[in-house]
Design a binder for this molecule. Structure first.
Ligand code: NDP
Ligand code: MG
Length: 388
């Protein structure tokens, strides 16, 4: 019998990380967890250590160094700090890395894992948004597999099975529309973090939940799709589908459209990324079409949700533009969650950062790092002016 595949989960205490562990736990003959990481949630990490007995765990927030001793459990080694992430992903006892950190923090460890020849199950879409060109070049150079965990991209991958990419006319990404789909322009400014954190169809980490409320999440996903499937922006469209049952669609040159459907639960795309191209049976909930009654669709409104248009602009501008947009978004979302700025200031700050930091030259890792730092500094300064 084949030995179990060894898995490292970057961000095991997060929403995707915990769903990944549920998927893995249901297939003990097939998968073994060798590495888990958390930023500051050492309580959940301690439970995971006890349950999965990984060989190594990493806590990245140095402020939590005091909790480390409590984590050591028998044979589990405990490491601390960002650089430890770069070491653990390259270990010989890791076959697949589930990249499930949130935000820009995912880029460097994911690149390191690719360079070390590991297959990647990618949830951290920001990695492709800021560094798509570099990341995909490394994937080809090191001949690793990078498979999407994001449900829309998993849907597209499933629709493309057995198809020639040249026969694709367009990719149609579905968006739930988030909690403010029917909120008027006038009401948008008064949206509180508590309201924005209530997503109608998905339960996720705080940052992506706000991104879903502004539609920036869909913007990030369009850029992610561009790199994953190698298609230009003009061939990628977004349609709002509030029920989140169709996870995305592919239209072919003959006019035929394929869609992938399922109930909204990330365990399915996680399992698909881990077992691709196989489809092992699962106990996940099934779609009850009669109970659903109908599926509806509408165009996204980029007047009320300017973030989607900003992402298309970043994609057209290329170079450092997506990295600037991404960093400005991360900084603005953090300020919104802290109650420092209003909901409509998020796209305003991103647009201002993109105007102030025009896209520059050939994309190198240094350029991306610099764009990230500059955009965060710009937003901090611009927000200070807004709040005084
Ligand atoms: P969460 O916020 O729930 O989890 C994030 C994980 O990353 C946690 O383990 C957290 O640790 C860790 N982390 C946070 N900041 C840092 C940092 N600076 N350095 C190292 N580790 C850090 O996020 P999600 O699971 O919701 O999302 C993860 C990624 O997957 C995002 O890129 C998101 O866009 C993408 N995604 C998520 C989906 C979902 O359904 N949740 C769907 C599709 C994509 P700690 O818990 O200790 O703070
Ligand atoms: Mg998604």
């Amino acid at each position: 019998m084949k030995r179990p595949t060894n898995i490292a989960i970057l961000g095991s205490t997060g929403s995707i990380g915990r769903s990944s562990l549920e998927v893995i736990e249901a297939m003990p003959d097939r998968f073994r967890v060798t590495c888990l990481t958390a930023h500051r949630n050492t309580e959940i990490l301690a439970e995971q250590v006890h349950r999965f007995k990984p060989r190594v765990v990493v806590v990245t927030d140095p402020a939590r160094a005091g909790d480390l001793r409590a984590l050591a459990d028998g044979t589990t080694e405990v490491l601390c700090g960002d650089t430890a992430l770069l070491d653990v992903v390259a270990r010989p006892d890791v076959d697949i890395v589930i990249s499930a950190l949130v935000g820009f923090a995912g880029l460097h460890p994911t690149l390191r894992a690719i360079e070390a020849g590991k297959d990647i199950a990618l949830a951290n879409k920001e990695t492709l948004v800021v560094g798509g060109e570099l990341v995909m070049a490394k994937v080809r150079e090191h001949k690793v597999r990078l498979l999407p965990v994001d449900s829309e991209h998993s849907a597209i991958l499933q629709c493309l099975q057995g198809e020639d990419i040249h026969s694709v006319n367009r990719l149609i990404l579905t968006a739930s529309g988030g909690p403010f789909l029917n909120t008027s322009h006038a009401e948008m400014a008064g949206i509180t973090p508590a309201r924005a954190l209530k997503h109608p169809t998905w339960t996720m980490g705080a940052k992506i939940t706000i991104d879903s409320a502004t539609l920036m999440n869909k913007g990030l996903e369009v850029i992610e799709a561009q790199w994953l499937f190698g298609l230009p922006a003009e061939r990628i469209e977004v349609i709002v589908h509030p029920q989140s049952i169709i996870h995305s669609m592919v239209e072919f040159v003959d006019g035929s459209v394929k869609a992938q459907l399922g109930i909204p639960d990330m365990k399915l795309p996680i399992q698909y990324a881990l077992t691709y191209p196989e489809r092992p049976p699962s106990g996940f909930k099934r779609v009850d079409f009669a109970a659903l009654g109908r599926l509806t669709f509408q165009d996204p409104d980029t007047e009320r949700f300017p973030c989607l248009a900003l992402a298309f602009r970043a994609m057209r501008d290329g170079g450092s533009a997506p990295a600037v947009m991404n960093a400005a978004n991360e900084a603005a979302v953090a300020l919104f969650l802290d109650g420092k700025i209003g909901f409509t200031a998020i796209p305003e700050l991103i647009a201002a950062a993109m105007d102030a930091l025009p896209p520059s030259g050939a994309v190198t890792l240094d350029l991306i790092d610099r764009a990230d730092r500059d955009a965060r500094a710009f937003v901090a300064q611009a927000a200070a002016v807004l709040t005084h």
